[in-house]
Design a protein around this ligand. Structure first.
Ligand SMILES: [Zn+2]
Length: 326
């Protein structure tokens, strides 16, 4: 008598459902589903979903930062076991598929792959509130990087421990505003490139501050860093880009503002550019502080020069023809 592989048997909804966490790895979700349904061996559920095509499933794979890639037939079986429609499940689980589909797409298949550089642990305090405190792994790019409930920044990789931001609410607000900025345009890559530019400028001002020109910003950043360090055990772990995020978002909002882009694109002389620097100083909360923002080697001045060199002619032309332009 031949024993049929488990994936040959019809899939049926398991008695207990598990709510997927946004960005969760497929393996993390499958193992939690198996644990909730008290399957002694979580790999039994994996073997019921599909045929492993490269290696044998191991119950410790989730701890060793592996994920399982499913072809469509296997995803459909997982959705049935989970009792959640596949479309709905896919909204939470990124479920990257195998690089090439199985030769026979009708055969549900599993492919195991190491994913340590793309994944991290879900918010430890959220996990602690789930019965059994399960292991929950998420893809950094698909999961929220900040837990609003616990005011924890969760980092972007396995090696980054969470940072408690409760003493610097302006960073949390800036994360929210930055995300809103990304959603505000149909071209998030364009927004992203300007957020990166603003970030590079702020990081340069933080790392190589002019003792005279940037002293107010430096003082503010030092105070913010001290406040974050006071509520964290590992003070060196707050990345600079997070420390300067409130100012980064303010500058990014100005760099993408169509009115300012046009005005600075058309400003031939330094004194015509002055309102732009004044506006930035004002938005950063430093009235009357503009000196130095437009000195030759300042990174903001370099952006202005580059922007003008790239768009000067376009703005002159569109200004005459009243055509909106970026
Ligand atoms: Zn949390």
């Amino acid at each position: 008598m031949t024993v049929l592989p488990l994936w040959h048997k019809p899939a049926v909804p398991l008695p207990f459902r598990v709510r997927p966490v946004r960005g969760e790895t497929t393996l993390s979700f499958v193992f939690r589903l198996a644990a909730a349904n008290e399957l002694v061996r979580p790999t039994t559920l994996l073997r019921s979903i599909g045929h492993p095509d490269n290696t044998s499933p191991d119950r410790f794979m989730v701890l060793k930062n592996w994920d399982v890639q499913l072809n469509l037939a296997a995803r459909q079986r997982l959705a049935i076991f989970a009792g959640i429609p596949l479309k709905q499940l896919a909204r939470s689980l990124p479920m990257p598929g195998p690089r090439r589909d199985a030769i026979d797409p009708a055969t549900p298949s599993l492919h195991f792959a190491g994913v340590s550089s793309h994944t991290r642990t879900h918010c430890p305090r959220c996990i602690a509130q789930i019965p059994g405190a399960p292991v929950i792994r998420v893809y950094s790019s698909a999961a929220e990087g900040y837990c609003r409930r616990h005011q924890l920044w969760l980092g972007e990789c396995a090696a980054q421990p969470p940072v408690n931001l409760s003493s610097a609410p302006e960073i949390a607000k800036a994360i929210h505003r930055r995300d809103k900025l990304f959603r505000s345009d149909e071209d998030p890559d364009w927004i992203s490139s300007h957020v990166n530019t603003a970030q590079d400028i702020m990081i340069a001002w933080r790392r190589n501050p002019d003792p005279l020109l940037h002293r107010r910003l430096t003082r503010r950043w030092n105070a913010r860093e001290d406040a974050v360090n006071a509520v964290n055990h590992a003070p060196q772990l707050l990345p600079t880009r997070l420390l300067v995020l409130p100012e980064t978002v303010i500058l990014a909002e100005i760099l993408i503002d169509p009115t300012w882009r046009r005005r600075i694109g058309l400003a031939e002389l330094v004194h015509e550019q002055r309102p732009f620097y004044l506006h930035i100083a004002h938005r950063l909360g430093f009235l009357g502080w503009t000196a130095g923002l437009h000195t030759d080697n300042d990174p903001l001045r370099r952006w202005v020069d580059q922007h003008r060199a790239q768009h000067r002619h376009t703005y002159r032309f569109t200004y005459r023809h009243h055509t909106p332009a970026r």
